[in-house]
Design a protein around this ligand. Structure first.
Ligand SMILES: [Zn+2]
Length: 127
């Protein structure tokens, strides 16, 4: 599917979605460094619309690539296994306690942001 060229106002609206942060890892990103990610990849039927776009840092955008959100989450959660398979340095670091493996349920920055917004709204409405 062909993607449409974003207007400056659209690009700005995407950047503003997560208050200057990568929607996935939460790192601060400069406007000019922002990459636009399609939450549901275009070739998996995702829409080429602002609703399906999030601001991403270069590394998250590269790593997520054509994965869906849940595939991306699963890949991140399995990183200790991938590293154990692929990196002797990692394995040794774990054995010596230099790296402690924790396995949190991965939550993306934009998801935390949405939760925060909901709480703010509830507080403002006296709930
Ligand atoms: Zn990121």
């Amino acid at each position: 599917m062909k993607r449409h060229k974003l207007k400056a106002t659209e690009r700005r609206a995407i950047y503003d979605k997560c208050d200057n942060h990568c929607a996935y890892c939460g790192e601060y990103i400069k406007y000019e460094d922002m990459q636009v990610d399609h939450i549901m990849p275009l070739h998996k039927g995702g829409a080429d619309s602002i609703d399906n776009m999030l601001p991403a840092c270069r590394s998250c955008n590269h790593y997520k690539s054509t994965l869906t959100l849940e595939q991306f989450r699963t890949n991140i959660e399995r990183m200790p296994d991938t590293l154990t398979r692929d990196s002797t340095t990692y394995k040794i670091a774990v054995r010596f306690g230099v790296i402690k493996v924790v396995r949190p349920k991965v939550m993306f920055y934009f998801e935390k942001w949405a939760e925060f917004d909901k709480k703010q709204e509830a507080a403002e409405n006296g709930e």
